[in-house]
Design a protein around this ligand. Structure first.
Ligand SMILES: O=C(O)CCC(=O)C(=O)O
Length: 208
């Protein structure tokens, strides 16, 4: 895993969360929105390196058209009582909970980690619709570290991409409202020479 280490000479020595005053909300329609705060975490490359080493990454398999395929990215899920692999991740989750609790009505409690090793890793179009998000509005907050990758959104069921955010280097994006029910999101593969990216998704209880 150490070949993936990415620390940049220009990055801060210690990861440091900024403020959330610079968030810009994009209204997608149909009750869905995305908040975006570029560069929320300073020193993101340092945290990327720490998490590449500290997270016990897993390969995931899923059935597709009758065959079992390996999902093209590494993952790890931390439930609400699992100790997180780095104090900065816990700080990010708590800061986001404080910021969004009045609007969301609850706090973020789980943390899903995904490692995109290079441009061949990706996630296909989907909504996070397991659990309460199938029927209820929710928020999924994503902190991105490492090489930026496109988070694309389209209406549920197909059609053109209606919004895209290049997420990496400490960027924050929050998908909210009806987004998981009415829209789909994806991180497409890219032929550009990109380094690793980690996406950390914070969710409320009962949403996967
Ligand atoms: O990589 C990302 O930021 C998106 C991850 C995602 O959509 C998922 O794991 O459900």
């Amino acid at each position: 895993m150490s070949a993936l280490l990415q620390t940049s000479l220009w990055d801060a020595d210690e990861p440091l969360l900024g403020n959330l005053t610079g968030i810009r909300r994009t209204d997608l329609g149909r009750g869905a929105w995305v908040d975006h705060r570029p560069g929320w975490l300073d020193g993101a490359a340092v945290l990327l390196d720490r998490l590449i080493e500290a997270v016990p990454w897993q390969e995931q398999e899923r059935e597709m058209y009758g065959t079992v395929v390996t999902v093209p990215r590494l993952v790890r899920f931390y439930g609400r009582s699992d100790p997180l692999p780095d104090p900065v991740v816990e700080q990010a989750r708590e800061t986001l909970s404080e910021h969004y609790e009045a609007e969301l009505g609850e706090r973020f409690v789980t943390s899903g980690f995904c490692l995109y090793r290079d441009g061949a890793d990706s996630v296909a179009w989907h909504g996070d619709r397991i659990g309460r998000s199938r029927t209820d509005d929710t928020m999924i907050a994503i902190l991105s570290l490492g090489s930026p990758r496109t988070l694309a959104l389209r209406q549920r069921g197909g059609g053109p991409t209606v919004a895209r955010f290049d997420l990496g280097h400490g960027d924050l994006a929050v998908m909210g409202g009806s987004c998981q029910r009415t829209f789909e999101h994806a991180v497409p593969k890219t032929r550009s020479p990109v380094g690793p990216r980690i996406s950390i998704q914070f969710r409320v209880a009962g949403v996967l």
